[in-house]
Write a protein that binds this ligand. Structure first.
Ligand SMILES: Cc1cc2nc3c(=O)[nH]c(=O)nc-3n(C[C@H](O)[C@H](O)[C@H](O)COP(=O)(O)OP(=O)(O)OC[C@H]3O[C@@H](n4cnc5c(N)ncnc54)[C@H](O)[C@@H]3O)c2cc1C
Length: 386
């Protein structure tokens, strides 16, 4: 194998597989290096499914990227013939002024995203799996849904390979250096060079970019699969993707979220979206303990009484929080030929193809027309206040 490439991408997970694909498609000689398999269960993209939505409560600045990413997911599906995007809608429940509902409404109104407001009675009639407290509302986003995450990573890697990329699994990058003209990447067995380097290391971004001193926090997250007491209420016809914000206004501490009943992995998947136990990515407690899921029976009784808590399975997965909970996508401040994307803070998967496009633009042209300025490294503290 030739040891010099136009671009080396470190990490072929969600963002790295998308970047390899975008670069290879443009005729660039790209090498993707992945320490594990393509895909795998030790990073941030496993567990079968990820929510995709546009009424983005986290901040309206993401909406333009979300509008641009939908056609990219559809194109990937038609190129590969693999079902990736299940547009079954998503329902958000909470008090009218909680972060999830008010933030979704703000983004939907500003960007003309279709939605329906539902009373608690309408929620329970239309989606019988839920019990909706009287002073809450339902916000239904019909164009939302879920993605098949491992299948999507595999599909992006496959398209990259078909377009001429070289991808090496089981190859850990131990160091890299740049002299602005060329980068040298050292793996456990050899040394490779390229004109440009893109770092997409997920939970390992902190060590790949240790020179930047960005405080990235890796947390251990647990998701569970449950066999529901009334399975027909949990199939895609009666249950969309969903999220529940149990907090009062101004006191956001996290949300419950989940998916309709699936066959693989079997069950109704659900989790709690808030920082879990802070961990080192190479030393994560992968065992699921009883206390990880002690919220499940209480949750079920209160908000999904027909779910029950008959556990089929559970797994751990990693979030990588940036200091403000928003992504960081930028050029390295010291090296003109090094680019990176990290800190996806538990909500990045849906963006993968568009982040791949932005990184390919940056690596080839030093700039992109995509609206990613708000994700630059040196943003002001407080930039994301609504
Ligand atoms: C439980 C859970 C639920 C989530 N739910 C959603 C959701 O509903 N919607 C949503 O949009 N997002 C969701 N996310 C977040 C989303 O999955 C992540 O933001 C996204 O997968 C991050 O992509 P990444 O490329 O940064 O990380 P990864 O996909 O983990 O890829 C990083 C890759 O880099 C490799 N790597 C690192 N260092 C090296 C090295 N030195 N050498 C070689 N390879 C290296 C890793 O092995 C890994 O494969 C969820 C995440 C979790 C954990």
């Amino acid at each position: 194998m030739c040891n010099h490439f136009d671009v080396i991408v470190v990490g072929v997970g969600s963002m790295g597989s998308a970047t390899c694909y975008q670069l290879a498609k443009r005729g660039v000689r790209v090498l993707g290096l992945e320490q594990f398999n393509i895909s795998h269960t030790l990073g941030s993209h496993h567990g079968g499914t990820r929510l995709i939505r546009q009424a983005y409560f986290e901040h309206p600045s993401y909406v333009e990227l979300l509008k641009a990413v939908y056609p990219l997911w559809r194109a990937l599906e038609s190129e590969t013939g693999v079902d990736l995007f299940h547009q079954v809608g998503a329902l958000y429940l909470g008090s009218p002024d909680c972060e999830l509902v008010a933030g979704s409404q703000l983004a939907a109104t500003a960007y003309d995203i279709p939605f329906q407001s539902l009373s608690p009675k309408e929620v329970e009639e239309r989606f019988p799996a839920f019990r909706c407290p009287e002073n809450w509302v339902g916000f239904f986003e019909p164009n939302a849904g879920f993605l098949r995450s491992e299948a999507a990573v595999a599909a992006m890697a496959q398209r990259a390979l078909e377009a001429g990329a070289v991808i090496r699994g089981q190859t850990k990058v131990v160091s890299w250096k740049s002299d602005s003209a060329q980068v040298t990447v050292r793996t456990e067995t050899d040394s490779l060079t390229a004109d440009r380097l893109v770092l997409c290391g997920g939970a390992w971004t902190g060590s790949l970019l240790s020179d930047l001193g960005v405080a990235l926090r890796v947390t251990r997250q647990v998701v569970a699969w449950v066999w529901p007491q009334s399975p027909s209420d949990f199939c895609t016809e009666r249950l969309p993707g969903w999220a529940i914000d149990p907090n009062p206004a101004g006191e956001y501490r996290g949300i419950y979220y989940g998916f309709p009943l699936s066959e693989n992995p079997l069950g109704v998947k659900l989790g709690w979206h808030a920082p879990g136990l802070e961990s080192q990515p190479d030393d994560v407690d992968r065992q699921v303990h009883q206390q990880d899921l002690e919220w499940l029976p209480g949750f079920s009784e209160k908000y999904m009484p027909r779910l029950g808590s008959s556990l089929l399975g559970a797994t751990t997965c990693l979030y990588t929080y940036s200091p403000d909970g928003h992504f960081i996508v930028d050029r390295h401040p010291r090296w003109d030929n090094v680019f990176f994307a990290g800190g996806f803070s538990g909500h990045g998967f849906k963006f993968a193809p568009i982040i791949g496009q932005a990184l390919a633009d940056l690596a080839l042209d030093n700039s992109t027309r995509l609206p990613i300025d708000f994700l630059k490294l040196d943003r002001r503290a407080g930039e994301f206040q609504h």
